[in-house]
Design a protein around this ligand. Structure first.
Ligand code: MN
Length: 130
């Protein structure tokens, strides 16, 4: 039996409170510890400080795009190993390309499908049994 303190840590960057709560509840129910970040401007610094096992990154953030935050993380030698799952309301093909080019491992469209959200999270980081 693993202690909760050994649970994998997922950092969620999301400015929408309802989505943040949804992601938080889903991750918690599946044995992950979450770190909530509501603003893209501090996201990169917090990723550097926390070094989580996975980052879930909303693309539409105030002040700074999630794409720019992903690029910063993926060009940082100490952080680029951290998998990033982007979440976007965009459905345009051009935007899909931009998101992939930024270097994230995978992405999901909003409204998210809960089963594929969890499946993708598990693909990049397996939770410890709780
Ligand atoms: Mn947003």
């Amino acid at each position: 039996m693993k202690k909760k303190s050994e649970a994998k840590r997922v950092l969620v960057v999301e400015d929408n409170e309802l989505n943040l709560k949804l992601f938080n509840d889903l991750l918690d129910a599946h044995g992950y510890k979450t770190i909530e970040v509501r603003d893209g401007r501090n996201a990169y610094d917090i990723v550097g400080k926390e070094v989580p096992d996975l980052v879930i990154m909303d693309i539409q953030l105030p002040y700074i795009s999630g794409i720019d935050v992903i690029k910063k993380i993926k060009t940082d030698k100490k952080l680029k190993h951290i998998p990033i799952l982007a979440v976007t309301a965009y459905a345009m093909k051009d935007d899909e390309e931009k998101i992939k080019e930024a270097g994230c491992e995978d992405y999901l469209s909003k409204p998210i499908d809960i089963a594929s959200f969890i499946e993708k999270v598990k693909r990049y980081v397996q939770a410890e049994s709780v």
